[in-house]
Design a protein around this ligand. Structure first.
Ligand SMILES: Cc1cc2nc3c(=O)[nH]c(=O)nc-3n(C[C@H](O)[C@H](O)[C@H](O)COP(=O)(O)OP(=O)(O)OC[C@H]3O[C@@H](n4cnc5c(N)ncnc54)[C@H](O)[C@@H]3O)c2cc1C
Length: 414
Protein backbone atom coordinates (compact mmCIF):
# COMPACT_ATOMS: atom_id res chain seq x y z
CA UNK A 1 0.00 0.00 0.00
CA UNK A 2 1.41 3.42 -0.95
CA UNK A 3 1.83 6.27 1.46
CA UNK A 4 -1.09 8.02 -0.21
CA UNK A 5 -3.32 4.99 0.06
CA UNK A 6 -2.26 4.78 3.67
CA UNK A 7 -3.88 8.22 4.06
CA UNK A 8 -7.17 6.36 4.37
CA UNK A 9 -5.94 4.77 7.60
CA UNK A 10 -4.53 6.39 10.67
CA UNK A 11 -1.00 5.79 11.90
CA UNK A 12 -1.00 2.84 14.27
CA UNK A 13 -4.48 1.57 13.41
CA UNK A 14 -3.85 -0.19 10.15
CA UNK A 15 -6.07 -3.06 11.28
CA UNK A 16 -9.10 -0.82 11.88
CA UNK A 17 -12.06 -1.27 9.55
CA UNK A 18 -12.16 1.90 7.47
CA UNK A 19 -15.54 3.27 6.47
CA UNK A 20 -15.27 5.96 3.83
CA UNK A 21 -18.30 8.17 3.28
CA UNK A 22 -18.42 10.10 -0.01
CA UNK A 23 -20.54 13.25 0.07
CA UNK A 24 -21.48 15.42 3.04
CA UNK A 25 -25.02 16.25 1.98
CA UNK A 26 -28.10 15.37 4.01
CA UNK A 27 -27.60 11.60 3.64
CA UNK A 28 -23.79 11.31 3.82
CA UNK A 29 -23.54 13.59 6.86
CA UNK A 30 -26.22 11.52 8.62
CA UNK A 31 -24.25 8.34 7.83
CA UNK A 32 -20.90 9.74 8.98
CA UNK A 33 -22.18 11.29 12.22
CA UNK A 34 -24.25 8.23 13.10
CA UNK A 35 -21.33 5.88 12.46
CA UNK A 36 -18.75 8.01 14.24
CA UNK A 37 -21.01 8.56 17.25
CA UNK A 38 -21.86 4.88 17.61
CA UNK A 39 -18.25 3.76 17.07
CA UNK A 40 -16.68 6.51 19.20
CA UNK A 41 -15.20 4.11 21.75
CA UNK A 42 -14.18 1.46 19.26
CA UNK A 43 -10.57 1.24 18.14
CA UNK A 44 -11.43 -1.12 15.31
CA UNK A 45 -13.59 1.27 13.24
CA UNK A 46 -12.43 4.45 11.54
CA UNK A 47 -14.65 6.88 9.66
CA UNK A 48 -13.62 9.37 6.98
CA UNK A 49 -16.01 11.78 5.28
CA UNK A 50 -15.02 13.28 1.92
CA UNK A 51 -16.79 16.32 0.48
CA UNK A 52 -16.17 19.00 -2.08
CA UNK A 53 -16.55 21.78 0.47
CA UNK A 54 -16.15 22.17 4.22
CA UNK A 55 -19.46 24.00 4.40
CA UNK A 56 -22.61 21.93 4.76
CA UNK A 57 -24.82 23.16 1.94
CA UNK A 58 -28.46 23.36 2.89
CA UNK A 59 -29.75 22.51 -0.57
CA UNK A 60 -33.32 23.09 0.59
CA UNK A 61 -32.46 26.79 0.94
CA UNK A 62 -30.78 27.32 -2.42
CA UNK A 63 -33.80 29.04 -4.01
CA UNK A 64 -33.46 31.53 -1.14
CA UNK A 65 -29.73 31.92 -1.84
CA UNK A 66 -30.64 32.62 -5.46
CA UNK A 67 -32.60 35.65 -4.31
CA UNK A 68 -29.87 37.05 -2.11
CA UNK A 69 -30.43 35.31 1.23
CA UNK A 70 -27.22 34.22 2.95
CA UNK A 71 -26.65 30.53 3.65
CA UNK A 72 -25.51 29.80 7.21
CA UNK A 73 -21.83 28.90 7.64
CA UNK A 74 -22.27 25.33 8.84
CA UNK A 75 -18.88 23.61 9.08
CA UNK A 76 -18.76 19.85 8.54
CA UNK A 77 -15.26 19.47 10.12
CA UNK A 78 -16.56 21.31 13.21
CA UNK A 79 -19.60 19.05 13.33
CA UNK A 80 -17.32 16.01 13.35
CA UNK A 81 -15.11 17.37 16.14
CA UNK A 82 -15.05 15.02 19.11
CA UNK A 83 -16.39 12.06 17.16
CA UNK A 84 -13.04 10.75 15.95
CA UNK A 85 -14.17 10.92 12.32
CA UNK A 86 -11.81 12.53 9.84
CA UNK A 87 -12.85 15.06 7.19
CA UNK A 88 -11.17 15.23 3.79
CA UNK A 89 -11.98 18.18 1.60
CA UNK A 90 -11.73 17.38 -2.09
CA UNK A 91 -13.43 16.31 -5.28
CA UNK A 92 -13.84 12.58 -5.75
CA UNK A 93 -12.64 11.76 -9.26
CA UNK A 94 -12.73 7.95 -9.31
CA UNK A 95 -13.84 4.89 -7.38
CA UNK A 96 -12.06 1.57 -7.91
CA UNK A 97 -14.53 -0.94 -6.54
CA UNK A 98 -12.18 -3.91 -7.02
CA UNK A 99 -9.14 -2.35 -5.36
CA UNK A 100 -11.48 -0.61 -2.86
CA UNK A 101 -9.89 2.77 -3.33
CA UNK A 102 -11.18 6.26 -4.03
CA UNK A 103 -9.24 8.95 -5.79
CA UNK A 104 -9.65 12.50 -4.50
CA UNK A 105 -8.60 15.54 -6.58
CA UNK A 106 -6.74 13.10 -8.85
CA UNK A 107 -3.85 12.94 -6.39
CA UNK A 108 -4.90 11.45 -3.07
CA UNK A 109 -5.90 7.79 -2.90
CA UNK A 110 -8.01 6.61 0.03
CA UNK A 111 -8.50 2.94 0.81
CA UNK A 112 -11.77 1.68 2.23
CA UNK A 113 -13.14 -1.51 3.69
CA UNK A 114 -16.71 -0.27 3.42
CA UNK A 115 -17.82 2.62 1.24
CA UNK A 116 -20.91 4.77 1.75
CA UNK A 117 -21.73 6.39 -1.58
CA UNK A 118 -23.71 9.60 -0.96
CA UNK A 119 -22.81 11.97 -3.80
CA UNK A 120 -26.40 13.15 -4.32
CA UNK A 121 -27.78 14.42 -7.61
CA UNK A 122 -28.10 17.66 -9.55
CA UNK A 123 -30.65 19.19 -11.93
CA UNK A 124 -30.31 17.49 -15.29
CA UNK A 125 -28.84 20.28 -17.41
CA UNK A 126 -27.72 17.62 -19.90
CA UNK A 127 -31.37 16.90 -20.76
CA UNK A 128 -31.61 19.47 -23.58
CA UNK A 129 -28.97 21.21 -25.70
CA UNK A 130 -27.81 24.54 -24.33
CA UNK A 131 -29.01 24.13 -20.73
CA UNK A 132 -25.53 23.33 -19.46
CA UNK A 133 -24.09 26.50 -21.04
CA UNK A 134 -26.92 29.02 -20.93
CA UNK A 135 -29.09 28.15 -17.90
CA UNK A 136 -28.57 28.64 -14.19
CA UNK A 137 -29.15 25.70 -11.85
CA UNK A 138 -29.50 25.33 -8.09
CA UNK A 139 -26.92 22.59 -7.69
CA UNK A 140 -24.79 24.24 -5.06
CA UNK A 141 -24.15 27.49 -3.22
CA UNK A 142 -21.95 28.90 -6.00
CA UNK A 143 -24.58 28.21 -8.67
CA UNK A 144 -27.27 29.84 -6.56
CA UNK A 145 -25.04 32.86 -5.88
CA UNK A 146 -24.32 33.23 -9.60
CA UNK A 147 -28.06 33.33 -10.24
CA UNK A 148 -28.52 35.83 -7.41
CA UNK A 149 -25.92 38.11 -9.05
CA UNK A 150 -27.70 37.87 -12.41
CA UNK A 151 -31.11 38.58 -10.84
CA UNK A 152 -29.63 41.55 -9.00
CA UNK A 153 -28.52 43.08 -12.31
CA UNK A 154 -32.06 42.62 -13.67
CA UNK A 155 -33.64 43.47 -10.30
CA UNK A 156 -35.32 46.80 -10.88
CA UNK A 157 -35.84 46.37 -14.61
CA UNK A 158 -38.59 44.48 -16.38
CA UNK A 159 -36.63 41.47 -17.62
CA UNK A 160 -37.98 37.98 -18.08
CA UNK A 161 -36.85 35.02 -16.01
CA UNK A 162 -37.85 31.59 -17.23
CA UNK A 163 -37.94 28.81 -14.66
CA UNK A 164 -37.83 25.54 -16.60
CA UNK A 165 -39.42 22.63 -14.76
CA UNK A 166 -42.75 22.83 -12.94
CA UNK A 167 -41.86 20.35 -10.19
CA UNK A 168 -41.49 21.51 -6.61
CA UNK A 169 -38.01 23.06 -7.01
CA UNK A 170 -39.33 25.02 -10.01
CA UNK A 171 -42.38 26.19 -8.05
CA UNK A 172 -40.32 27.25 -5.02
CA UNK A 173 -37.77 29.04 -7.22
CA UNK A 174 -40.35 30.88 -9.31
CA UNK A 175 -42.26 32.01 -6.21
CA UNK A 176 -39.10 33.20 -4.46
CA UNK A 177 -37.82 35.13 -7.49
CA UNK A 178 -41.20 36.75 -8.13
CA UNK A 179 -41.52 37.82 -4.49
CA UNK A 180 -37.99 39.24 -4.27
CA UNK A 181 -38.01 40.86 -7.72
CA UNK A 182 -41.60 42.01 -8.31
CA UNK A 183 -40.52 44.01 -11.39
CA UNK A 184 -39.42 40.87 -13.23
CA UNK A 185 -41.64 38.85 -15.49
CA UNK A 186 -41.30 35.31 -14.06
CA UNK A 187 -42.51 32.48 -16.30
CA UNK A 188 -42.76 28.89 -15.00
CA UNK A 189 -42.60 26.41 -17.87
CA UNK A 190 -43.14 22.67 -17.61
CA UNK A 191 -44.92 19.55 -18.76
CA UNK A 192 -47.10 19.18 -15.69
CA UNK A 193 -49.40 21.62 -13.94
CA UNK A 194 -47.64 22.94 -10.79
CA UNK A 195 -48.83 21.05 -7.71
CA UNK A 196 -50.21 18.24 -9.89
CA UNK A 197 -49.24 15.57 -7.33
CA UNK A 198 -51.13 17.32 -4.51
CA UNK A 199 -54.77 17.03 -3.56
CA UNK A 200 -57.22 19.45 -5.18
CA UNK A 201 -57.19 21.99 -2.32
CA UNK A 202 -53.40 22.08 -1.87
CA UNK A 203 -52.78 22.22 -5.64
CA UNK A 204 -55.31 25.03 -6.10
CA UNK A 205 -53.76 26.98 -3.21
CA UNK A 206 -50.30 26.60 -4.71
CA UNK A 207 -51.41 27.80 -8.15
CA UNK A 208 -53.36 30.74 -6.68
CA UNK A 209 -50.26 31.76 -4.68
CA UNK A 210 -48.13 31.70 -7.82
CA UNK A 211 -50.78 33.87 -9.49
CA UNK A 212 -50.78 36.35 -6.58
CA UNK A 213 -47.00 36.64 -6.89
CA UNK A 214 -47.36 37.37 -10.60
CA UNK A 215 -45.76 34.12 -11.83
CA UNK A 216 -47.03 33.25 -15.31
CA UNK A 217 -47.50 29.50 -15.55
CA UNK A 218 -47.33 27.66 -18.86
CA UNK A 219 -47.87 23.96 -18.34
CA UNK A 220 -48.09 21.25 -21.00
CA UNK A 221 -44.99 22.61 -22.71
CA UNK A 222 -41.60 21.08 -23.20
CA UNK A 223 -38.35 22.99 -23.49
CA UNK A 224 -36.32 21.60 -26.39
CA UNK A 225 -33.31 23.92 -26.30
CA UNK A 226 -31.82 26.72 -24.25
CA UNK A 227 -30.25 29.48 -26.32
CA UNK A 228 -28.43 32.62 -25.22
CA UNK A 229 -31.38 34.92 -24.40
CA UNK A 230 -34.24 32.49 -25.11
CA UNK A 231 -35.64 29.00 -24.81
CA UNK A 232 -37.03 27.05 -27.70
CA UNK A 233 -40.08 24.89 -27.04
CA UNK A 234 -40.73 21.49 -28.60
CA UNK A 235 -43.25 23.03 -31.04
CA UNK A 236 -40.59 25.47 -32.28
CA UNK A 237 -41.87 28.53 -30.37
CA UNK A 238 -39.09 30.73 -29.02
CA UNK A 239 -39.58 32.49 -25.66
CA UNK A 240 -37.18 35.34 -24.90
CA UNK A 241 -35.48 35.27 -21.50
CA UNK A 242 -32.92 37.38 -19.65
CA UNK A 243 -32.18 34.43 -17.39
CA UNK A 244 -33.17 30.76 -17.50
CA UNK A 245 -33.25 28.66 -14.34
CA UNK A 246 -33.09 24.91 -15.00
CA UNK A 247 -34.79 22.81 -12.31
CA UNK A 248 -35.97 19.83 -14.32
CA UNK A 249 -34.87 16.20 -13.91
CA UNK A 250 -32.08 14.73 -11.80
CA UNK A 251 -28.64 13.65 -12.94
CA UNK A 252 -26.25 11.75 -10.71
CA UNK A 253 -22.48 11.50 -10.74
CA UNK A 254 -21.14 9.10 -13.40
CA UNK A 255 -18.59 7.74 -10.88
CA UNK A 256 -20.71 4.77 -9.74
CA UNK A 257 -21.33 3.51 -13.26
CA UNK A 258 -17.68 4.07 -14.19
CA UNK A 259 -16.67 1.98 -11.17
CA UNK A 260 -18.75 -0.92 -12.45
CA UNK A 261 -21.40 -0.71 -9.72
CA UNK A 262 -24.84 -1.86 -10.87
CA UNK A 263 -26.84 1.30 -11.65
CA UNK A 264 -30.35 1.97 -12.89
CA UNK A 265 -31.30 3.87 -16.06
CA UNK A 266 -30.63 7.18 -14.22
CA UNK A 267 -27.15 6.11 -13.05
CA UNK A 268 -28.25 5.60 -9.43
CA UNK A 269 -26.68 2.74 -7.48
CA UNK A 270 -29.13 -0.15 -7.26
CA UNK A 271 -29.29 -1.41 -3.69
CA UNK A 272 -30.55 -4.47 -1.87
CA UNK A 273 -33.00 -4.12 1.01
CA UNK A 274 -30.12 -3.28 3.40
CA UNK A 275 -28.93 -0.41 1.09
CA UNK A 276 -25.86 -2.31 -0.17
CA UNK A 277 -24.98 -2.23 -3.84
CA UNK A 278 -26.41 -5.35 -5.46
CA UNK A 279 -23.14 -5.82 -7.35
CA UNK A 280 -20.67 -4.74 -4.61
CA UNK A 281 -21.99 -5.48 -1.10
CA UNK A 282 -19.10 -3.59 0.52
CA UNK A 283 -20.61 -0.40 -0.96
CA UNK A 284 -23.69 1.16 0.62
CA UNK A 285 -25.58 3.77 -1.40
CA UNK A 286 -27.79 6.40 0.23
CA UNK A 287 -29.73 9.57 -0.58
CA UNK A 288 -30.38 10.84 -4.10
CA UNK A 289 -27.50 8.77 -5.53
CA UNK A 290 -29.23 5.47 -4.70
CA UNK A 291 -32.09 3.58 -6.35
CA UNK A 292 -33.80 2.14 -3.30
CA UNK A 293 -36.85 -0.03 -3.79
CA UNK A 294 -39.72 0.02 -1.33
CA UNK A 295 -43.08 -1.71 -1.49
CA UNK A 296 -44.52 1.25 -3.42
CA UNK A 297 -41.67 1.48 -5.95
CA UNK A 298 -38.22 3.07 -6.19
CA UNK A 299 -37.89 6.01 -3.80
CA UNK A 300 -37.45 9.48 -5.26
CA UNK A 301 -34.78 11.67 -3.71
CA UNK A 302 -35.69 13.97 -0.83
CA UNK A 303 -34.07 15.15 2.34
CA UNK A 304 -36.83 13.50 4.42
CA UNK A 305 -35.85 10.09 3.02
CA UNK A 306 -32.12 10.78 2.52
CA UNK A 307 -31.27 11.23 6.20
CA UNK A 308 -32.90 7.92 7.24
CA UNK A 309 -30.99 6.09 4.48
CA UNK A 310 -27.71 7.45 5.88
CA UNK A 311 -28.58 6.45 9.43
CA UNK A 312 -29.71 3.00 8.33
CA UNK A 313 -26.48 2.41 6.39
CA UNK A 314 -24.44 3.37 9.47
CA UNK A 315 -26.39 1.04 11.75
CA UNK A 316 -26.17 -1.78 9.18
CA UNK A 317 -22.39 -1.43 8.86
CA UNK A 318 -21.95 -1.72 12.62
CA UNK A 319 -24.35 -4.68 12.80
CA UNK A 320 -22.36 -6.43 10.07
CA UNK A 321 -19.09 -5.82 11.93
CA UNK A 322 -20.65 -7.55 14.93
CA UNK A 323 -21.46 -10.53 12.72
CA UNK A 324 -25.20 -9.72 12.60
CA UNK A 325 -27.34 -9.44 9.48
CA UNK A 326 -28.39 -5.89 8.56
CA UNK A 327 -32.12 -5.22 8.75
CA UNK A 328 -34.10 -4.22 5.65
CA UNK A 329 -34.56 -0.48 5.19
CA UNK A 330 -38.16 0.67 5.34
CA UNK A 331 -39.34 4.21 4.82
CA UNK A 332 -42.70 5.88 4.27
CA UNK A 333 -43.09 9.49 3.13
CA UNK A 334 -45.21 11.71 5.35
CA UNK A 335 -45.25 15.24 3.92
CA UNK A 336 -44.41 17.54 1.03
CA UNK A 337 -43.73 21.06 2.31
CA UNK A 338 -43.44 23.67 -0.46
CA UNK A 339 -42.45 27.29 0.12
CA UNK A 340 -44.26 30.00 -1.84
CA UNK A 341 -42.01 32.93 -1.08
CA UNK A 342 -40.89 33.75 2.46
CA UNK A 343 -44.28 34.08 4.15
CA UNK A 344 -46.47 31.56 2.40
CA UNK A 345 -46.30 27.83 1.82
CA UNK A 346 -48.38 24.72 1.37
CA UNK A 347 -47.75 21.46 3.19
CA UNK A 348 -49.32 18.38 1.66
CA UNK A 349 -49.45 15.45 4.08
CA UNK A 350 -48.96 12.17 2.31
CA UNK A 351 -49.41 8.43 2.59
CA UNK A 352 -46.20 6.40 2.87
CA UNK A 353 -46.12 5.95 -0.93
CA UNK A 354 -46.13 9.79 -1.28
CA UNK A 355 -49.71 9.96 -2.57
CA UNK A 356 -51.61 12.93 -1.12
CA UNK A 357 -53.82 12.62 1.95
CA UNK A 358 -56.80 14.93 2.46
CA UNK A 359 -54.96 16.98 5.06
CA UNK A 360 -52.85 19.99 4.11
CA UNK A 361 -51.64 23.24 5.68
CA UNK A 362 -51.51 26.59 3.92
CA UNK A 363 -50.43 30.18 4.55
CA UNK A 364 -48.28 31.36 7.46
CA UNK A 365 -48.76 28.15 9.48
CA UNK A 366 -47.44 26.18 6.53
CA UNK A 367 -44.55 28.65 6.11
CA UNK A 368 -43.56 28.15 9.77
CA UNK A 369 -43.84 24.37 9.35
CA UNK A 370 -41.66 24.50 6.23
CA UNK A 371 -39.01 26.61 7.98
CA UNK A 372 -38.94 24.21 10.94
CA UNK A 373 -38.40 21.28 8.56
CA UNK A 374 -35.71 23.10 6.56
CA UNK A 375 -33.82 24.14 9.68
CA UNK A 376 -34.00 20.73 11.36
CA UNK A 377 -31.18 18.63 9.78
CA UNK A 378 -28.24 20.50 11.34
CA UNK A 379 -29.52 20.35 14.95
CA UNK A 380 -30.48 16.72 14.30
CA UNK A 381 -26.83 15.90 13.48
CA UNK A 382 -25.77 17.71 16.66
CA UNK A 383 -28.18 15.59 18.72
CA UNK A 384 -27.06 12.43 16.95
CA UNK A 385 -23.48 13.11 18.00
CA UNK A 386 -24.52 12.86 21.65
CA UNK A 387 -27.38 10.38 21.32
CA UNK A 388 -27.06 8.38 18.11
CA UNK A 389 -30.37 6.61 18.71
CA UNK A 390 -32.19 9.98 18.48
CA UNK A 391 -31.57 9.93 14.71
CA UNK A 392 -33.04 6.50 14.21
CA UNK A 393 -36.74 7.47 14.25
CA UNK A 394 -38.66 7.83 11.00
CA UNK A 395 -41.94 6.45 9.66
CA UNK A 396 -41.34 2.88 8.45
CA UNK A 397 -44.33 2.99 6.10
CA UNK A 398 -46.47 0.22 7.67
CA UNK A 399 -48.16 -2.04 5.15
CA UNK A 400 -46.77 0.04 2.25
CA UNK A 401 -43.23 -1.22 2.90
CA UNK A 402 -43.69 -4.70 4.36
CA UNK A 403 -41.04 -7.00 2.99
CA UNK A 404 -43.54 -9.44 1.45
CA UNK A 405 -44.83 -6.52 -0.63
CA UNK A 406 -41.32 -5.52 -1.80
CA UNK A 407 -40.54 -9.12 -2.75
CA UNK A 408 -43.82 -9.41 -4.65
CA UNK A 409 -43.25 -6.16 -6.58
CA UNK A 410 -39.62 -7.07 -7.39
CA UNK A 411 -40.88 -10.45 -8.60
CA UNK A 412 -43.51 -8.78 -10.81
CA UNK A 413 -40.88 -6.40 -12.26
CA UNK A 414 -38.70 -9.30 -13.40
C1 LIG B 1 -33.93 24.34 -4.25
C2 LIG B 1 -34.18 22.98 -3.68
C3 LIG B 1 -35.15 22.80 -2.71
C4 LIG B 1 -35.39 21.53 -2.16
N1 LIG B 1 -36.36 21.40 -1.20
C5 LIG B 1 -36.55 20.20 -0.62
C6 LIG B 1 -37.53 20.04 0.42
O1 LIG B 1 -38.21 20.98 0.80
N2 LIG B 1 -37.66 18.83 1.00
C7 LIG B 1 -36.90 17.74 0.61
O2 LIG B 1 -37.05 16.66 1.19
N3 LIG B 1 -35.99 17.85 -0.37
C8 LIG B 1 -35.79 19.04 -1.00
N4 LIG B 1 -34.87 19.16 -2.00
C9 LIG B 1 -34.14 17.96 -2.43
C10 LIG B 1 -33.01 17.69 -1.45
O3 LIG B 1 -32.20 18.82 -1.34
C11 LIG B 1 -32.20 16.49 -1.94
O4 LIG B 1 -33.07 15.38 -2.07
C12 LIG B 1 -31.10 16.18 -0.92
O5 LIG B 1 -30.17 17.23 -0.93
C13 LIG B 1 -30.41 14.86 -1.23
O6 LIG B 1 -29.45 14.63 -0.24
P1 LIG B 1 -28.12 13.84 -0.59
O7 LIG B 1 -27.33 13.78 0.68
O8 LIG B 1 -28.42 12.59 -1.30
O9 LIG B 1 -27.34 14.77 -1.65
P2 LIG B 1 -26.82 16.27 -1.50
O10 LIG B 1 -27.50 16.99 -0.42
O11 LIG B 1 -26.88 16.84 -2.88
O12 LIG B 1 -25.29 16.08 -1.09
C14 LIG B 1 -24.32 15.54 -1.95
C15 LIG B 1 -22.97 16.04 -1.47
O13 LIG B 1 -21.95 15.40 -2.23
C16 LIG B 1 -21.02 16.37 -2.69
N5 LIG B 1 -20.43 15.86 -3.93
C17 LIG B 1 -21.07 15.51 -5.08
N6 LIG B 1 -20.20 15.02 -5.97
C18 LIG B 1 -18.97 15.08 -5.37
C19 LIG B 1 -17.66 14.67 -5.77
N7 LIG B 1 -17.42 14.11 -6.95
N8 LIG B 1 -16.66 14.87 -4.89
C20 LIG B 1 -16.86 15.40 -3.65
N9 LIG B 1 -18.09 15.78 -3.21
C21 LIG B 1 -19.12 15.61 -4.06
C22 LIG B 1 -21.85 17.63 -2.89
O14 LIG B 1 -21.04 18.78 -2.90
C23 LIG B 1 -22.78 17.55 -1.68
O15 LIG B 1 -22.19 18.12 -0.55
C24 LIG B 1 -34.62 20.41 -2.59
C25 LIG B 1 -33.62 20.58 -3.56
C26 LIG B 1 -33.41 21.84 -4.11
C27 LIG B 1 -32.32 22.00 -5.17
Amino acid sequence: MSAQQEAGRGVGDVAAHHVLVLGAGYAGTAAAVQLAARARRRQDVRVTLVNAQERFTERMRLHGTATGQQLAELSVPELLEGTGARFVRGWVTAVDADARTVRVDDEQVLHYDTLVYALGGVADTAAVPGAEDHAYALNGAQDAEALAARLATLGSGSGTVIVAGSGLTGVESAAEIAERHPGLNVVLLGRQEPGAAMNARAGAYLRAALGRLGVRVRSGVEVAKVLPGAVELADGESVAADAVVWTSGTRVSPLAAAAGLAVDEHGRVVTDTALRSVSHPDVYAVGDAAAIRQGYGVMHGTCQSGMPTGVHAAVSILRTLKGKRPKPFRFGYYHTPVSLGRHDAVVQFTRPDDSPRRMCLTGRTAARYKETVTASPWPTYGRMKKMPASGAFWPRGGRFTRLSRITRIVGEAR
